[in-house]
Design a protein around this ligand. Structure first.
Ligand SMILES: [Zn+2]
Length: 293
């Protein structure tokens, strides 16, 4: 069913509200489609027992709770064991309070990011790199993978050698490196960490399941290095400010995405600056004048 209010970008792709992706993984859509969330946030019921782990919670809209109920029914379980969050962006943490109200009380585990977590009326149980979350039929192992967000955790599903990639790898579109809490240098390091974990499948936070996880990670790393090359080339050709670079490098993309692209270009420039490969005049990266060093 199509609805008239759908955002036009990255939404060619329709996903069912609930789908079974493996013996221990059922996906429930957060019902929050948009230019940066694709078909919406994937929330996951994980395990095989009567109470499942819920990974991520959508952004808190009312349409999600019936979908989650439908997913619990489809999974053949009675309820939730606990909530685990990949990171504190609104489309992952925003639904937690509603889920607790409906299915709780439930513990919420994530890597703390105090100034962001404080916006939500939930108590956080701190977990970090290496933490294990166990439920019947599934064991999750946390990997701290900053870059998209400083608190970001990915999770290896040990029984399948699969990876819950959160926003670090998406089934649709590419990851945005925001200026607040983001770092491209850290992000690339995180992609290498994930590649070293040699995942088979990737279960992303947005878009469909990725069968060749390692191949997709290599593609993501290559894509960023190619962007970096293009940005250096554009600087060499005389463009010096972020909007001008965006216009050239992202010429094929809709203008609605240019603000996000500006953040991405800025992230690249900051990484190159750290490496001593570019310099700027002006304190504000987004409005500074940049040149190759
Ligand atoms: Zn995010």
């Amino acid at each position: 069913m199509s609805t008239p209010s759908k955002a036009p970008v990255m939404l060619g792709l329709e996903m069912p509200d609930v789908d079974v992706w493996s013996d221990r993984v059922v996906v429930a859509l957060g019902k929050n489609p948009g230019p940066f969330t694709g078909p919406g946030t994937n929330t996951y019921l994980i395990g095989t027992g009567s109470r499942r782990v819920l990974l991520d919670t959508g952004d808190g809209r009312a349409e999600y709770l019936p979908v989650l109920e439908q997913a619990l029914e489809r999974a053949g379980c009675d309820g939730l064991q606990e909530i685990v969050l990949t990171h504190g962006h609104p489309d992952h943490i925003g639904g937690a309070a509603d889920v607790i109200e409906r299915f709780g009380p439930l513990e919420v585990k994530k890597r703390p990011w105090p100034e962001v977590d404080a916006r939500y009326p939930i108590a956080i149980t701190a977990i970090d790199d290496g933490a294990r979350v166990e439920t019947e039929g599934a064991t999750l192992r946390a990997l701290h993978t900053p870059g998209h967000a400083q608190d970001h955790l990915c999770f290896i599903l040990e029984e399948e050698g699969a990876l819950f990639s959160g926003d670090n790898v998406l089934g649709v579109g590419t990851t945005v490196i925001p200026s607040q809490g983001g770092s491209l240098a850290e992000y690339l390091q995180s992609l290498e960490t994930l590649l070293a974990a040699a995942p088979g499948r990737i279960y992303p936070a947005h878009g469909p399941c990725i069968e060749d996880g390692a191949g997709k990670l290599r593609e993501y790393i290559d894509h960023r290095l190619e962007r970096e090359r293009q940005i250096l080339e554009t600087l060499g050709a005389g463009a010096s400010r972020v909007p001008a670079i965006v216009k050239i490098v992202y010429a094929a993309y809709p203008e609605a995405l240019h603000a996000a692209a500006g953040q991405s270009v800025t992230s690249h420039l900051l990484k190159l600056e750290q490496e001593g490969r570019v310099e700027r005049e002006g304190a504000e990266p987004l409005t500074a004048s940049w040149r190759t060093a």
